[in-house]
Every structure is written in structure tokens, then in C-alpha cells.
Ligand binder design. Structure first.
Ligand SMILES: NC(=O)c1ccc[n+]([C@@H]2O[C@H](COP(=O)([O-])OP(=O)(O)OC[C@H]3O[C@@H](n4cnc5c(N)ncnc54)[C@H](O)[C@@H]3O)[C@@H](O)[C@H]2O)c1
Ligand SMILES: O=C(O)CC[C@@H](O)C(=O)O
Length: 390
């Protein structure tokens, strides 16, 4: 029985994929795997039993990736599964940042009780809420991954002039991008050209605080900023100063912080980007599938810390699979095959791939594989974790 611990509420569309071989609950003590959304795992004790973590979502900054890699815990995410939900909210954000919709709605509520006067008061007061159209304006999209591409293409169809910036753009992503999106080669080009700037990059040491005093100074006066990626991409005191001085006209964020709340020009949304039934279902379905495939077959797809390695389990003569997470250093495969040969075990099929400092090898074998074989391999310093699947 595989034990799955859920750290957040996960859509049943995902958890119902677990069959009778799985037990999934919040209270599991020694989990084989964890399913998580945004709960922070940084201060959590990671039990020895833990083989994998699946993040039902895109961002993995709530998971201690280095610690997981060192302990042989494979971390998955669900690329693209919530991208449409975020795109739709970003489009709403563009309009919210332009048309003063939030303060206007708040003001309209104050007219309650004015009876027949309401119509006249509306016409008299609405002049305070004039805001520009987005059609014909320039939008800079920073990060052209699953979300950035959808935002760029949709904004283009709404009549915006769109600049995209992503120095690590994947070939697949490039195929999905409308040809009418302008390629910005530097962030400075985005800052200098764009009336609206939206960020869709992961939070990493490189991107942390990228919206700051210096970058804002390079932006157009009255720039409208949208952050549906992570709060720490922006230095909030610098954003607040920019709003106060009029340098920035609006900051729409899906990640409110205490100092931002109530500041004029801040439109704070309570992390609703992925909060649609469709996206919650998509993420949960994909995350559960990734865990099952890894736990049962050792196959890795969509991991953020380990290489993608998959082999079908169609070898009729070799029902035993040995899965080895190891360091990416010379001679490891040769040591592994030597140790197996010494025990009379033959490798029928194998796949091995590396990702930065780590590598993963799957071996379908014939012979008498004893637990002591795994224990012996596990003593090699370059080996992180060995599993035998029968
Ligand atoms: N608000 C929400 O609910 C919500 C939902 C999903 C994702 N997110 C956030 O949005 C981020 C993006 O999500 P995604 O699904 O598009 O991820 P993704 O991995 O598909 O795309 C990220 C893109 O950013 C690019 N990138 C990385 N560093 C960059 C840099 N320094 N400059 C420019 N581009 C850079 C990458 O090349 C990649 O194309 C996530 O990491 C997450 O933090 C938020
Ligand atoms: O789970 C959520 O609601 C948000 C997920 C989102 O922040 C992500 O990075 O995918």
C-alpha cells in the first residue's frame, strides 16, 4: 500500500485516480509521497520514507529542492495545467489596472439609499473613474512559458502591441507564440517600450526583486505593472514609492503583502490565479498520475529536480526493475553494472539521463535480485537512492 499525504485540499479528480493500492489523507505519518499546492515545505521534516513530492501547480518555491535532491526525493510539478486560468485573470488584471473598475464599484456602493437620485449621481461622479483602453497600447510579457505565451497571444488579439522577453525560451514555447509578438532582446527594451508589464517567471535567486527602484526608473511614466507570478519578484517598498510619485499608475498583484494593502493604485487579489475548478482538476489529475507512474514504475516525467526517464514495462522476461538516483559523476554506470554482474544479474534494458548534478538510471534485469544487492549498491558514495520494483 502506498501512503500519500495531502498537504492542501486537492481536487478529487486527482485523488480518485488512486486505486486500492493507495491510501491518501492529510494525516498520513510516514508518506511515500506528498501532494501539495502552495503549503510551504521549507520547515518540514522530510521523512526517510518520502520518495516523491508532486506540486499540483507550477511554482515550486514552496519546496526545498536542494534538500529533496540530496535525499533522493523526486519533485514533480504540473506544467501548463493551470495556465489558462492564470491567463484569464491576467486579462482581467489588464482591464482592472486601466479602467479604475475596483474604486468605481466601491464608489457606486456608496450611492445606496439615494433613491431616484442614483442615476443622476452616477453620471455626475463617473468622471473620476476614467481610464485608458488597452487596445493599441504596448504590453511587455516577461517570461514566455506556459502562462506568458497565452497572455501574449491573447493580448495581441485584444489589439495590444506585445513585446516578449525570455532568454531561455524553449523551442516548443516558440512554436506556440504568435508571430506578431515582438522579440525583446533585453529587459531594458521592455522597460523603455511598454505601457503595461506583466511578469510570468519563476521566483529564483535571479528573479527575486527584479521589479525594484532601478528597473522601475527605466520604465515609462505611468506604467501599469502586473504580478501574477510571485510576490517576492517585486520589492514592495519600491513599488509603493513608484505609485506614490505617479511613476507607476497601478500594481496588480495576486500576492498581497501587508504593506501593499490599502495603498492607492494597488489592486490586490488573494492568489486566485489558479482557483478555477478546471485548473484545480487539471493540476490534481496530472500530479496524481505523475506520482503513480513514479511509485509503481519508477518513470519520471515533469520533475523539476531529476531528469525525465521513462521505459515501458513490457519486458516479459524481466519483471524486476532497479531504479537508481545517483550523482552525475564518471564511472557510476560501470560500477553499477559491475556490481550487478558480480551477483549474476543481467541488464536487459536500461535508460540513464542526467540533470545538472544528478542522474537517474532505470535497469530492467533478469536474475536473482536480492535486497542485499540493493543494500550493497546503496553503499557506493555516488548512489543516493535505490529501489527495486517487482
Ligand atoms: N497566480 C497563480 O496562481 C499562479 C499560477 C501558476 C503559476 N504561477 C507563477 O507563474 C510562474 C510561471 O508559470 P508558468 O506555468 O508560465 O511556468 P513556465 O515554467 O512554463 O514558464 C516560466 C518561463 O519563465 C522563463 N524565465 C525563467 N527565468 C527568466 C528570466 N530571468 N527572465 C525571463 N524569463 C525567464 C522560463 O524560460 C520559462 O519560459 C510560476 O513559476 C509561478 O510562480 C502563479
Ligand atoms: O495552487 C494554487 O492555488 C496556486 C498555484 C500557483 O501559484 C502555481 O504556482 O501553480
Amino acid at each position: 500500500m502506498y501512503e500519500i499525504k495531502c498537504l492542501n485540499k486537492i481536487s478529487e479528480v486527482g485523488t480518485s485516480r488512486f486505486d486500492e493500492n493507495y491510501h491518501c489523507s492529510e494525516s498520513v505519518e510516514n508518506p511515500d509521497a506528498v501532494l501539495v499546492r502552495s503549503a510551504s515545505m521549507h520547515d518540514m521534516e522530510l521523512p526517510k520514507s518520502l520518495l516523491a513530492i508532486a506540486r499540483a501547480g507550477a511554482g515550486v518555491n514552496n519546496i526545498p529542492l536542494d534538500k529533496c535532491s540530496e535525499q533522493g526525493i523526486v519533485v514533480f510539478n504540473t506544467p501548463g495545467a493551470n495556465a489558462n486560468a492564470v491567463k484569464e485573470l491576467v486579462l482581467a488584471g489588464l482591464l482592472l489596472s486601466s479602467r479604475k473598475i475596483v474604486p468605481a464599484i466601491e464608489w457606486a456602493k456608496t450611492l445606496k439609499g439615494k433613491g431616484d437620485e442614483v442615476g443622476k449621481l452616477v453620471e455626475k461622479g463617473k468622471g473620476a473613474f476614467v481610464g485608458p483602453e488597452i487596445g493599441g497600447k504596448t504590453l511587455g510579457v516577461v517570461g514566455l512559458g506556459a502562462i506568458g505565451i497565452l497572455v501574449a497571444n491573447a493580448a495581441r488579439s485584444l489589439g495590444m502591441e506585445v513585446y516578449g522577453y525570455d532568454p531561455y525560451l524553449s523551442v516548443d514555447a516558440a512554436w506556440g507564440l504568435s508571430r506578431s509578438i515582438r522579440h525583446a532582446r533585453t529587459l531594458d527594451e521592455i522597460y523603455a517600450s511598454c505601457d503595461y508589464i506583466t511578469v510570468h517567471v519563476p521566483l529564483t535567486p535571479d528573479t527575486k526583486g527584479m521589479i525594484n527602484k532601478e528597473s522601475i526608473a527605466k520604465m515609462k511614466d505611468g506604467v501599469r505593472l502586473l504580478n501574477f507570478a510571485r510576490g517576492d519578484l517585486a520589492v514592495s517598498s519600491d513599488v509603493i514609492s513608484a505609485l506614490e510619485s505617479g511613476k507607476a499608475a497601478a500594481y496588480v498583484t495576486d500576492f498581497p503583502s501587508d504593506d501593499m494593502l490599502g495603498v492607492d493604485g494597488v489592486i490586490a487579489i488573494p492568489h486566485l490565479g489558479a482557483s478555477t475548478p478546471e485548473s484545480e482538476d487539471n493540476c490534481a489529475r496530472m500530479a496524481a498520475g505523475e506520482l503513480m507512474e513514479y511509485l509503481q514504475n519508477g518513470n519520471i516525467k515533469n520533475s523539476v529536480n531529476m531528469p525525465a526517464v521513462s521505459m515501458p514495462r513490457d519486458c516479459s522476461s524481466c519483471s524486476i526493475r532497479i531504479c537508481i538516483l545517483h550523482r552525475n559523476i564518471p564511472n557510476t554506470i560501470s560500477r553499477l553494472s559491475g556490481a550487478l554482474a558480480e551477483s549474476g544479474i543481467n541488464i536487459e534494458n536500461m535508460q540513464s539521463k542526467s540533470k545538472k548534478d544528478y542522474a537517474y538510471t532505470i535497469l530492467d534485469v533478469t536474475g536473482d535480485v536480492k535486497e542485499t544487492t540493493a543494500e550493497h549498491i546503496q553503499t557506493f558514495p555516488e548512489i543516493i537512492r535505490v529501489r527495486i520494483l517487482r
